[in-house]
Design a protein. Structure first.
Length: 36
């Protein structure tokens, strides 16, 4: 079984729907999971 956590590289230009933070890329969201 693979127990290694997946790694994801994020850029500063990521757009997140349902964002409640101060910007689209600060990852303060009101949903539990985001589709990137």
């Amino acid at each position: 079984m693979d127990t290694t956590a997946p790694t994801q590289t994020y850029t500063t230009a990521i757009d997140i729907s349902d964002d409640t933070g101060t910007s689209d890329s600060d990852f303060n969201t009101k949903t539990a999971a985001q589709t990137l």
